[in-house]
Design a protein around this ligand. Structure first.
Ligand code: PHE
Length: 362
């Protein structure tokens, strides 16, 4: 079989038209096999070159090769166009409209206690306090003895302690820590002064009513240095309470008190307004007790390997749950730990809006 130039022109026109009209990759592949496959129309013509006279081959060969190249190229170009169209379609389908409001997160809310802890870490962090941690099951030594509670003293009972069956290496029963003060002990035992730390966490006492739960949260602060004073303590507390409650003015009243681990010791009241059945911190001429504080007792320093002749320090402790109730207005502490999703939804915070130095802590 020999083909003439007209046949080639017709074949070329028909193949190019069909390639142009191919609607998808599969149609294109079928065309490629039809033209360039082993039995393809172009391949079959190529085979006829062998039986041609040299003159015929000279005239026909280059045209046939050109046809083969052109069809091959047309298929490649069309294939690339399909790939690009597919990518375009995919990008369009996956496009995100950034002007739409964000999809509501389905991962719950941040508990007010966690939120308040974040706020306090920010506030005290800015004042140079490091955050320390300790375990909730403590030794009698760390929870009481190192903190200058005399052995068998009723002060230990005052804390309504939960005792564990497990004992420490001295045979003393371990306790669920009744306050966060053992973290101060741990910090003093492992760090040299100057020390400037806070610790926050769960504490336990056998007590339950609208303002007491057997598990509650405390924050405690400790500063140990060569020259510290009650005046430093007051200035830190004023700054922290102003920042926490987001008020410009705050009044503090120090009342003499007793803690085994501080001397002198003071309970601190904050000025508030109770008119209208609500407590507002900052304004008004009422008082609300919010924390315990004092200068660290020399015996505590000694028990923790710090020379009381060279160093002194101050410490303070507050209830975190109480701070959350005052700031965010929950009336009953027991609801905090009832795991009621309606309460959590109402009082919880968005996980995307953590307190930060830029956006404030409120
Ligand atoms: N640890 C004390 C308590 O739980 C609070 C406190 C801490 C008081 C530090 C004074 C200094 O009652």
């Amino acid at each position: 079989m020999t083909a003439n130039t007209n046949d080639l022109i017709a074949l070329e026109a028909s193949l190019l038209a069909r390639i142009a009209a191919a609607s998808d990759d599969a149609a294109l592949e079928a065309l490629r096999v039809e033209a360039l496959g082993k039995q393809g129309s172009v391949s079959v013509l190529m085979k006829t070159l062998g039986s041609m006279s040299p003159e015929e081959r000279k005239a026909f060969g280059p045209k046939l090769n050109a046809l083969k190249d052109q069809i091959t190229e047309a298929i490649v170009v069309k294939k690339a166009a399909f790939a690009e169209a597919a990518l375009d379609a995919q990008l369009k389908a996956e496009a995100v409209d950034v002007t739409l409001p964000p999809v509501k997160p389905r991962i719950g809310t941040i508990h007010p206690v966690s939120r308040v802890m974040e706020e306090l870490a920010q506030i005290f962090g800015e004042m140079g306090f490091a955050v320390e941690e300790g375990p909730e099951i403590e030794t009698d030594f760390n929870n009481f003895t190192a903190l200058n509670f005399p052995p068998k003293h009723p002060a230990r009972e005052m804390h309504d302690t939960f005792f564990m069956n497990a004992t420490d290496e001295h045979g003393a029963r371990k306790v669920l820590r009744t306050h966060t003060s053992p973290v101060q002990v741990r910090t003093m035992l492992k760090q040299k002064p100057p020390i400037r730390m806070i610790c926050m966490g769960r504490t336990y006492r056998c007590d339950s009513d609208a303002t007491h739960t057997p598990m509650f949260h405390q924050i405690e602060g400790l500063v140990i240095d060569e020259a510290t004073s009650m005046a430093d303590l007051k200035s830190v507390l004023v700054a922290a309470i102003k920042a926490f409650f987001e008020v410009d003015e705050v009044r503090l009243r120090f009342r003499p008190h007793h803690f085994p681990f501080t001397e002198p010791s003071a309970e601190v009241d904050v000025g508030c307004d109770r008119s209208g059945g609500q407590i507002r911190i900052g304004a008004g001429d009422d008082w609300l007790e919010i924390l315990g504080s004092g200068m660290v007792h020399p015996n505590v320093l000694k028990n923790c390997g710090i020379d009381p002749e060279k160093y002194q320090g101050y410490a303070f402790g507050m209830g975190i749950d109480r701070l959350a109730m005052l700031k965010y207005g929950m009336p009953d502490l027991r609801d905090f730990f009832a795991a009621d999703t309606r309460w959590l939804k109402h009082y919880g915070f968005s996980p995307y809006l953590l307190p930060g130095l830029a956006q404030g802590v409120g």
